[in-house]
Design a protein around this ligand. Sequence first.
Ligand code: ATP
Ligand code: MG
Length: 439
Amino acid sequence: MSVVKEQDHQNNQAGQTAMKRLSKPIKVWVTIAQVLTIFSALLAFVPYLALVWLGDIFLSVQMAGEQLRAEQVHEVVELLIMAFLSRLFFHALSLIITHFADMKLRFVIRQQIVSRLSRVPLAWFSQTDSGKIRNAVQDDTKTVHTVVAHAPVDVLNGVLSPLVLLVFMFVVNWRLALVGVATIPLYFFLQGLSMKDMGPKTAEMNRHLAKVSSSMIELVAGIKVVKAFGKTGEAHQNYQEATKDFSQAYWEWCAPLIGLCSVAGELISVPLLLLINLGGGALLFVAGFASLPQVLACTLIAIVLPVAISSVANTTWSYQMAGAAAVRLCNIMDTPVIPETNSPKQPNGLTVQVQNVTYSYGDTRALNDVTLTLKPNTITALIGPSGSGKSTLATLIARFDDPQSGSICLGGVDLRDISSQTLYNNIAFVLQDPMIKSY
Ligand SMILES: Nc1ncnc2c1ncn2[C@@H]1O[C@H](COP(=O)(O)OP(=O)(O)OP(=O)(O)O)[C@@H](O)[C@H]1O
Ligand SMILES: [Mg+2]
């Protein structure tokens, strides 16, 4: 079990490294958005300041038995509007920037994957199931971009805004501030308990999900064969087992947490916070330790504080998910490709020479020391039993992969020394794959 945990921990680390790598192309933009978010978060306290200020003005006017004059509140209203507009401006600008970054990131990742996959050897596709590739291009890119492009800004805002409000509360009235944050340590404690092992557990869930996904694809891909052999019922078994394992693991993880999470949720629920803050505030007011506007402002802050904090907690979860997705994306981007020469040569003529070519798919030997010459303006038919290597030889001439030994030359130049552009200008192919019919 500890080996699995160690493995999960490593996966977690690998996830963070992979995310750093993927976020590189948009790092500058995300940093700019973060700076704007800092400006916006620093202004978070102004409405509450204005509230206290306004309350003080109203109360003093009422105590003196006077009529309120517009110029008495001019300054406050101006401050409120200015702060609101500036906050809106900074926030909107940072959102625009993150969305641009987000688009760019998705584009860059998908482009890199496609350009990589177009250069990998043919054998790679038979070793990799198509579900994995689809997952990477579609789902993983989506999971990663949200976290890489949005989370740095969201987390900063989620941490900084409450912090500014907290400092403001203590500056306004430290006694009210203490009442306001009374339930938060307990909330954090319970939340911490429920988040324990979050990383390894998420990695475990991902493992189970991957199994469900691949067994589903297996089932669909093999359905023709299964039906032909009349084994429909048995074919479901793998998939059923995978889904059962997943739901069991999920339940084992979540069931004990349900109670814990509901209590934690109650601690930051609005009714409880209102009760504590208005009740405590009223006592402090009666005792002469707080003014009414202070009680109101601090109560309002106490209500919004936990919401901001819990949004940060949720992002942590997204980070774990995105880590695993980022690793899968990086793996695909690192798939070894067929090397492209730096100093391409021009083929002299169109004669194809296959010399002592040996090629294997993993352990399966497909071609063994094959030598032949194909002259221009001639037709060659390769005839042999199924599995004798006809398609393999044809694909090697189209350089879908390089032979493990021997060489293939076009016009006297090894295919490895010809640019792919030149090669495909001279070689055309129609493979036996029936998919071609649909184009
Ligand atoms: N993508 C692959 N991955 C692993 N092994 C493969 C792959 N493609 C072919 N092989 C194996 O290599 C050998 C040669 O296969 P190849 O497809 O070249 O034969 P073929 O002569 O074209 O057969 P057919 O007449 O059925 O088209 C076979 O043993 C086959 O199982
Ligand atoms: Mg064939």
